[in-house]
Design a protein around this ligand. Sequence first.
Ligand code: MEV
Length: 314
Amino acid sequence: MKSIVATAPGKLILFGEHAVVHGQPALAVPLTALTATVTAESTLPSSGLHILLPDSRHHHTLRVYPGSDTENALVYTAQLVLKTLGITTPPDLKLILHSTIPLAAGFGSGAAVSAALAQALSQALGHPLDHETLNGLVYEVEKIHHGTPSGIDNTVIVYQKPVYFVRGKPLETFTIPRPFLLVVGNLGHATPTHITVGAVRELAEREPERIQPILGRIGEIANQARTLIETGQPDLLGPLMDENHALLHELTVSDDELDQFCAMAKQAGAMGAKLSGGGRGGNMIALVNEKTAPAVQEILKQAGAAKVFTTQVG
Ligand code: MEV
């Protein structure tokens, strides 16, 4: 067998995080600057199925046995692929994983690694999974770490297209006729998504009269943003980003650092800024153009962001 390579990108949520868990629409795009890559190679007969992590500190190798091991997301992914394909004896293969997506940083590293691994393994077995099956499989793996995620992260990563996502509804992609630039600031620490999602759920249960309108308005913002993007007016997204951020603050998932980073990005010339993803740490995004990008990047670096980069959306 020739070696087989599968890749999956990271993700950025543009609008609608958290509200999407409660049935509102959200927009997410693949982040192609960061990728997970898995190479499948055949090995000696009877050697079994192994996952190699050459970039990890101890050059980890994981053995995949038949069954269901939810302790390890990678092993579980491989086991789900075998189960889906009705294969009871693991094949003699090694799956070599490399990823440039920082772990637990809000860029969808877990979903990307699972997607690339499942694709490489199923292709090596001669039965590449279709997008829908792959998406369902990656969602199963996501549930281990994220509780009951909306499914937006795995969907944008598996389909590798901008998605307009409504929980439980068929997939809708959207077009970006005029690309735009975002500066991404990563804070270097993050709160597990199931914690922030749980906090919003509790708040929504405790104070439904106050919280439901906030969630509803976030959904409207996502719809308005989609229209602006699809009609080639991304420069007008700034105020919607600011408002979405303020509403996420109301939902308690922003924090002082995210608020400060967004305010500083605006001072440096960004047209709008918001947190992106789970919040309480993690990432923020700022809408810039070629002129303002360097100053916005610089101010975020000076403010202590762990990783800052500019990415083109579309
Ligand atoms: C996390 O990337 C996005 C959240 O909306 C959680 C989810 O949708 O499952 C915070």
